[in-house]
Design a protein around this ligand. Structure first.
Ligand code: GLY
Ligand code: MN
Ligand code: MN
Length: 457
């Protein structure tokens, strides 16, 4: 089944690059950590999208006539004893459905031949260090043969745009993997919440890393290969550090814990944030802000539907948060004015300084343009009220079924002049993963709930 899927994707690339085009797609490089130890290897998402192949040292070449050629590690018993199984070029033909396969050592000899008589070379710009130089070297070899009648490609084109557009709409197979990834991550969040409450009940010294351990355990138990990004486990005031990592701070009764963690399953990311009281019970001020963030997320979910724009959920979130900040006294209406003033001046930015979502897919911040392609020319300018920078706006992407995005509003209250003390050091984010459907969106991460019932005032 999946061999056909990858072949279909390669056929779409072939059609996009034109009959005389050639596309060159390397997988990710291995990165040494120290001496003979490497960092954990992760394939290149674009390469995997077109091949389903996760071994390092591999290249895919697609030509406009629809043929695909793989270069991969050759079978080598000695290396396989140390590093593990290699598919090898012979088996790659049937297993991956490519038209030709060679040992990767053949690359420099084969590429000039494959590039000869083509009009354009397509490859991902500015992603793989040194690729531009290698392409230049191969082009030079073709050029050396022009006196024998060889034609040398005259154009170099960036392959990213073509592939980004393909990856932006997730097919049924991708949606299925993403649902499963989100389900595993949801279980991991529940497990971390439960451990926190249990250890505190038992009078134990709970640390952020204890909760991180629960996440990792459940990810692997569910078959996930690794986290999709560095997990954030932030106790108390640490939640106000947006890129905090799971560290060793104590998790205390009366404080909130913010966990932003998602596993990667079979090449696809999940991305979930939950904020919960360490011992299961909100204080009054925590509850007030939590309910506000939740209401803003509900508004964003309602705005996530086909025909709406990518920015609509963000705008819906901001309106609810801005009104709430006025209502609870985080912002003083005598100073900042009405909700519309708060939005226009971006006064809310002091407590909500990130966007409400991003594309999600093979990468946690997935590829795909946030601008509607047919409207790239419709530029309007505005001056940012906070930075005074001149911003060029283009109409944001129109949502379509099969797009997957996160919906992740938050509030982060650092102590400061005029900031009500009861809210100091509270950081809250609620993040779910949404597949756009024909009628709205499907939240695939709600295996972990967002609603709580008990409060302590
Ligand atoms: N975990 C990264 C993000 O939420 O965007
Ligand atoms: Mn996210
Ligand atoms: Mn996240």
């Amino acid at each position: 089944m999946t061999t056909t899927l990858y072949a279909q994707r390669r056929a779409r690339v072939a059609a996009a690059i034109g009959r005389d085009g050639i596309a060159i797609i390397p997988t990710a490089a291995e990165h040494p950590r120290n001496r003979d130890s490497d960092f954990l290897y992760r394939h290149d998402s674009y390469f995997y999208y077109l091949s389903g192949f996760t071994e390092p040292n591999a290249w895919l070449v697609i030509t406009g006539d629809g043929r695909s050629t793989l270069f991969c590690q050759p079978k080598d018993l000695e290396r396989e004893i140390w590093d593990g199984f290699r598919l090898g070029p012979d088996a790659a033909l049937a297993t991956l459905g490519v038209d030709a396969a060679h040992a990767v050592g053949e690359l420099d000899a084969q590429l000039p031949k494959l590039m000869e008589n083509r009009d354009a070379v397509w490859y991902p710009f500015a992603i793989h260090s040194g690729l531009e130089q290698r392409v230049a070297g191969w082009l030079n070899q073709v050029r050396a043969r022009v006196r024998y009648g060889a034609l040398c490609p005259e154009q170099q084109r960036d392959l990213c745009g073509v592939r980004d557009e393909m990856r932006l709409i997730k097919d049924a197979h991708e949606q299925d993997v993403m649902r499963r990834a989100a389900a595993i991550s949801a279980r991991a969040h529940i497990r971390a919440m439960q451990l926190s409450a249990r250890m505190l009940r038992e009078g134990k010294d709970v640390r952020e890393y204890h909760l991180d351990a629960e996440l990792l355990h459940e990810f692997r138990l569910g078959g996930s290969q690794y986290p999709a990004y560095g997990s954030i486990v932030a106790a108390g005031a640490n939640a106000c550090v947006l890129h905090y990592r799971a560290d060793a701070a104590p998790v205390r009764t009366g404080e909130l814990v913010l966990i932003d963690a998602g596993c990667e399953l079979d090449g696809y990311a999940s991305d979930i944030t939950r904020t919960f009281p360490a011992n299961g019970q909100f204080t009054g001020p925590q509850r007030v802000l939590y309910d506000l963030v939740l209401a803003s997320q509900e508004a964003a979910v309602a705005a996530t539907k086909p025909g709406n724009r990518f920015n609509d959920p963000h705008d819906a979130t901001v309106r609810v948060l801005a009104q709430g900040m006025l209502d609870v006294g985080l912002l003083d209406k005598n100073k900042v004015g009405t909700v519309d003033d708060v939005i226009d001046s971006r006064a809310y930015f002091k407590f909500y300084m990130h966007r409400t979502g991003h594309w999600l897919g093979m990468d946690v911040h997935d590829c795909g343009s946030y601008v509607e392609p047919v409207q790239v020319g419709e530029v309007s300018e505005r001056r940012d009220p906070l930075s005074n920078e001149l911003i060029k706006n283009r109409p944001s992407r129109v949502l379509q079924p099969g797009m997957v995005l996160t919906i992740e509003p938050g509030i982060y209250v650092r102590p400061g002049e005029g900031v009500p003390e009861q809210f100091h050091n509270i950081g809250i984010r609620i993040e779910d993963d949404a597949i756009v459907t024909p009628s709205g969106c499907e939240l695939i991460s709600r295996g972990v709930p967002v609603k709580r019932t008990r409060s302590r005032r």
